[in-house]
Design a protein around this ligand. Structure first.
Ligand code: 5GP
Length: 186
């Protein structure tokens, strides 16, 4: 009997508002892909559901996850903690699923060190003006948050050199197509 091959671990990073969630939603329409659900200390937004968008936890609960080595990576982003639970990740990989980690750069670097066969993508805006428009349009953040996220975005974009693939998200369909092509060839 042939052994089932492990799935691929795929990192998707990029500045806030670039469309990572939309890209991931498109990819997970294919049943071979699953997105890891992160734990976070951030408060849920109005449209977000516990256990689906995130596991929303308190700071103490997050600290407990770290202490019990339940996270494969974690990072602080805008005064909140975000981390990837290790068990569901390993289970999905063992089942042969391709697991998407939609995470920021500090956590991504931890994953790259730990899983040297992961495939990493950094998603770029066509330009900063477009990113600003997208952040304002999606209406998820306050004006101050948008300004903060724009200034953080420039710093995040400098980190793109650490990623195997940089993709400009101009047309969603084309972006998803490029990502799938690369994953299939890897
Ligand atoms: P948001 O608050 O907008 O949902 O996410 C803020 C940032 O945290 C985004 O860049 C998102 O990709 C990242 N993020 C979400 N989950 C995780 C995680 O588990 N680990 C890390 N390192 N970053 C995450």
């Amino acid at each position: 009997m042939s052994e089932k091959k492990n799935g691929k671990l795929i990192i998707i990073s990029g500045p806030s508002g670039i469309g990572k969630t939309t890209i991931s939603d498109q990819l997970t329409k294919d049943p071979q892909f699953v997105q890891s659900v992160s734990a976070t200390t951030r408060s849920p937004r109005s449209d977000e559901k516990q256990g689906i968008d995130y596991f929303f936890v308190t700071k103490d609960e997050f600290r407990d996850l770290i202490d019990h080595e339940k996270l494969v990576e974690y990072a602080e982003y805008h005064n909140c903690f975000y981390g990837t639970p290790i068990e569901p990740l390993n289970d999905a990989l063992r089942k042969g699923m391709n697991v998407l980690l939609v995470i920021e750069v500090k956590g991504a670097l931890q994953i790259m060190k730990r899983f040297n066969d992961c495939i990493s993508f950094f998603i770029l805006p066509p330009n900063m003006e477009t990113l600003k428009e997208r952040l304002s349009f999606r209406n998820k953040n306050t004006t101050e948050e948008i300004a903060e996220r724009i200034s953080l975005a420039s710093k995040e974009i400098e980190m793109k050199v650490n990623y195997q693939h940089c993709i400009v998200n101009d047309e969603l369909e084309n972006t998803v197509f490029q990502i799938k092509e690369i994953i299939n060839k890897s």
